[in-house]
Design a protein around this ligand. Structure first.
Ligand SMILES: [Zn+2]
Length: 423
């Protein structure tokens, strides 16, 4: 038998056996998100056997209790020990539950927004927000059955493909963004894009101009991306006066959302370009899994900040002074935040900015002290290679590697460990 066929066969058997074990052991809920022709959004969970509860896999806060409305009065929605749980009021078992959603932008702490609306009624939705388990989530579940329905005149874009009326897929890890709306995606050489028409005049134009050259810088350091990514850029108003922007990346996806009154948006070209470069860098990080703890997020945030610095200096040398200012500010902020504390304590207290500040500071120092070119890039690639071979993605591994192979002095490595809060 040809080796390739043998491999395919072995993989299929593996998939079948893991899926049936998962299905037997876990009872995967069938999740269906629907946009109606009246622009109402609902989600339903269907179980193949009676269950006592539906528990959400991630609850960064209890906002589902206010934003998701149960369509039956026989159920109740509760926040128990940091988990959002739906059950029947009389405690009996059930197999189906449906809720109406509030499809506007909401900022969730250190989590991607579930809904990023476009100004022209399009919507970018985060599938991971809908991951839920039958009865209880152990934290080990990583197979989710997702389905989406939308009016026929809308395009449903999932995994870089366009569907009409409905589609379904198995989801995993942090989930993915999918789009529902009337826009078609624009095909570019380096990426495909759905950019809000309201952004096209200014930020969107700037983004479309900057992204290809930023990706070219990253291609040179890390190699070209294996798959053409999809860019989503959207803008929406808010009712509560809040404003800001959120960006992020998921495998083969980069997304940016601006919210609130546009007159509040900072029209700072340097900061906007830095933001683009930071998000572009995430696409090239190639992390084989998640960081072990929220504290270790300084690794990929710090590395993305470091690459943003390098990208701006290489493409826009006129901003060198602003770049230097930003780096010194990060260093000063990190010093203040960790003077009588550690990054670990800062993150627990909700100071997520310290992940970026201390992350940039540490990577910048390593890069500066390295007696060769492109220290931060080489260190990152070796770190990822190690992680693919089973090493942890944590602070200890990175600092030790920098000490071993990137000329990081012993005393400085210990300083970094103190900043991070590890021994
Ligand atoms: Zn980031």
């Amino acid at each position: 038998m040809p080796l390739r066929l043998l491999k395919v066969l072995a993989f299929s058997i593996f998939l079948l056996s893991t899926l049936s074990i998962t299905a037997q052991g876990q009872n995967i809920l069938y999740t269906e998100i629907e946009k109606s022709s009246h622009d109402e959004w609902t989600v339903s969970y269907q179980s193949s056997k009676p269950i006592q509860a539906v528990m959400f896999a991630n609850s960064p806060d209890s906002s589902r209790l206010q934003r998701w409305r149960l369509l039956s009065t026989e159920f109740s929605f509760n926040y128990i020990n940091g988990k959002e749980v739906i059950s029947r009021k009389d405690g009996t078992a059930f197999t189906f539950i449906k809720l109406k959603l509030t499809p506007n932008y909401v900022h969730l702490p250190k989590n991607y927004a579930p809904f990023s609306p476009f100004s022209n009624d399009g919507m970018l939705v985060h599938s991971g927000r809908f991951f839920a388990c039958a009865n209880i989530c152990s934290g080990l579940e990583n197979t989710w059955a997702m389905a989406v329905k939308a009016p026929r005149q809308d395009n449903i874009v999932v995994g870089g493909k366009v569907y009409l009326s409905e589609t379904s897929w198995w989801d995993k890890n942090e989930g993915q963004k999918f789009y529902i709306g009337k826009q078609r995606f624009e095909v570019n050489i380096d990426y495909n894009a759905i950019v809000d028409p309201l952004l096209l005049g200014h930020i969107g134009k700037q983004l479309q101009e900057a992204l290809p050259s930023m990706m070219a810088v990253l291609d040179k350091s890390y190699g070209a991306l294996q798959h053409k990514p999809m860019l989503f850029a959207s803008v929406s108003t808010t009712n509560d006066g809040s404003f800001g922007r959120q960006g992020g990346t998921l495998p083969n996806q980069i997304f940016m959302h601006w919210y609130g009154d546009v007159k509040h948006q900072k029209r700072d070209e340097f900061e906007t370009l830095w933001f683009f470069a930071h998000e572009a860098a995430h696409m090239y990080q190639n992390l084989p899994g998640k960081a072990i703890t929220p504290l270790d997020n300084w690794l990929h945030e710090g590395h993305a900040e470091m690459m943003a610095k390098k990208i701006i200096i290489s493409l826009l040398p006129q901003y060198s002074d602003l770049v230097a200012g930003k780096v010194s500010k990060a260093e000063a902020n990190c010093e203040v935040a960790t003077q009588n504390s550690s990054l670990s304590e800062q993150v627990k207290a909700g100071n997520y900015q310290s992940l970026y500040d201390c992350g940039l500071y540490i990577f910048n120092m390593i890069d500066f002290n390295y007696q060769g070119d492109n220290g931060a890039e080489a260190l990152w690639m070796e770190f990822i290679k190690q992680a693919s071979n089973g090493h942890k993605i944590d602070s200890h591994e990175l600092i030790s590697l920098a000490q071993r192979n990137y000329h990081l002095a012993h005393t400085q490595a210990d300083d970094f460990r103190k900043i991070v809060g590890i021994n």
